[in-house]
Unconditional design. Structure first.
Ligand SMILES: [Zn+2]
Length: 448
């Protein structure tokens, strides 16, 4: 098999140790690792290689399709599909994963990738918690760990702890080191996924430390395997598409409401990134021209008004102004301990302040969402992140009301609002999944 390991030698370790922000032009950031990745691909794919790779990807993304389904999807003849599948089976990439008889006759044999073809690491570097998982190529999780991120300790500490957690995961998983073929990382900041650079991390106290950090390169240098880095809301949406509520639909919107706010759009079964890769900044829609200053520099962005951080701040300000609230009791008077979980608990006990703040926040989200629903007419809107995970139907009912008032009737009636049922590792799972898609091509190249 040809090697596609990252070039470890090109950048000095100074990049990681410097206290100054690492500013690197885009062309340079698309560095040897990316070129190395390109170099493993044939310059021109033969027709038969194209067909084989297409089927391999379809088998990966469609969860146990039969030969007949593959023929329907590709428009190829049954005979041609059978011949290609046989070649993939002979090369050890594909297996027949199930067969049997139904009342209506013989059930077609379903196909799957061999689950142990490769393993990938998925990492979610979140504002509060960091998670590391290892999955096989099908996305089955074989190792998981979680630790507090402790952003306040600074970028150096956070990254060195995260890298240690990845080393530990690889060591403890008992998966041979050589079988780990890639690392996918989800990051909660603003990222350039193409160059693998964290552009900034708009959280109080973190603005300058995380400016232009070439995190993908750093992962590749540290671990010697291809890596990718992308936005955490996008990675959660990828997980929804393959393992969650987005599996059966091709057009859906995923919205994450946490300390920040992000969205991802799937159109025709594909993640829509936008021309420059910046699509989905739902949190930076202006909902009040004269509203509070947002971390992006604009006034009145949705994120500055309705993210968990904004709601926590609103409750804190209310209590400081003398409003009597159950929240104050629940945190024993320590207003720094207010969390979205506590606000929702107080709201469920009919606390007026908590109910009012949540109601206003959700109303703002609804107003912005109604515009997006009018624009995109999605089949489903899936909510992830702590606000809706904790608030569940209490918040969804209010949101449905606002959507019915604001969106055009047809789109409002058609759209389903749902809360993600994926585990808290969803972003890591999505990152691992995206990496496994990249790995698949390398595995295929290794067999031709
Ligand atoms: Zn903004």
């Amino acid at each position: 098999m040809r090697t596609y390991h990252a070039d470890r030698g090109k950048h000095s370790s100074r990049d990681r140790k410097t206290k100054e922000p690492v500013v690197r032009p885009r062309e340079t950031a698309l560095d040897s690792a990316a070129q190395n990745r390109q170099a493993t691909r044939p310059k021109v794919w033969s027709k038969s290689a194209q067909r084989e790779l297409t089927l391999l990807r379809l088998i990966h993304s469609n969860h146990n399709p039969s030969r007949i389904e593959l023929a329907k999807r590709t428009g190829a003849s049954a005979g041609s599909v059978t011949a290609i599948v046989q070649r993939l089976i002979t090369r050890g990439l594909v297996i027949e994963s199930g067969k049997g008889a139904t009342n209506s006759g013989r059930k077609p044999v379903s196909l799957s990738l061999r689950h142990d073809l490769a393993y990938v690491v998925g990492v979610d570097l979140g504002s509060f918690f960091s998670r590391v998982i290892i999955t096989d190529i099908l996305g089955n999780i074989c190792y998981r760990s979680e630790a507090e991120t402790i952003m306040a300790e600074g970028r150096e500490q956070v990254l060195s702890r995260t890298f240690r957690a990845i080393h530990t995961a690889i060591g403890q998983s008992q998966i041979p080191r050589s079988a780990i073929k890639g690392i996918g990382m989800a990051h909660s900041g603003v990222v350039d996924s193409q160059s693998g650079v964290v552009l900034c991390f708009p959280r109080p106290g973190q603005m300058t430390q995380w400016r232009n950090v070439p995190l993908r390169d750093m992962l590749e240098k540290e671990f010697g395997v291809p890596s990718l880095m992308d936005d955490s809301a996008r990675m959660m949406a990828v997980a929804e598409k393959h393992f969650g509520l987005g599996r059966q639909v091709s057009d859906f919107l995923f919205i994450e409401v946490g300390m920040g706010m992000g969205a991802s759009i799937f159109i025709d079964g594909r993640l829509y990134r936008g021309g420059g890769g910046g699509a989905g900044e739902f949190g930076h829609m202006t909902v009040n021209e004269n509203g509070p200053l947002c971390s992006c520099g604009n006034n009145g962005c949705l994120e500055a008004i309705a993210s968990c951080a904004a709601l926590i701040q609103a409750v804190r300000a209310g209590i400081q102004q003398g409003v009597n609230s159950k929240v104050n009791e629940l945190v024993d008077g320590d207003l720094n301990r207010i969390s979205i979980e506590i606000i929702i608990r107080a709201a469920k006990e009919n606390d007026t302040l908590a109910l009012r703040v949540l109601d206003e926040g959700v109303s703002h989200i609804g107003v912005a969402l109604a515009d997006v629903i009018n624009l995109l007419n999605p089949t489903i809107v899936i909510f992830g992140g702590p606000l809706f995970r904790e608030g569940q139907e209490l918040l969804l009912d209010r949101l449905r009301q606002v959507i019915r008032q604001r969106a055009l009737e047809k789109s409002a009636n058609e759209v389903q609002l749902k809360i993600s049922d994926l585990p808290s590792e969803a972003a890591a799972l999505g990152a691992a999944r995206l990496m496994s898609e990249e790995v698949l091509e390398h595995l295929y190249v290794g067999t031709i």
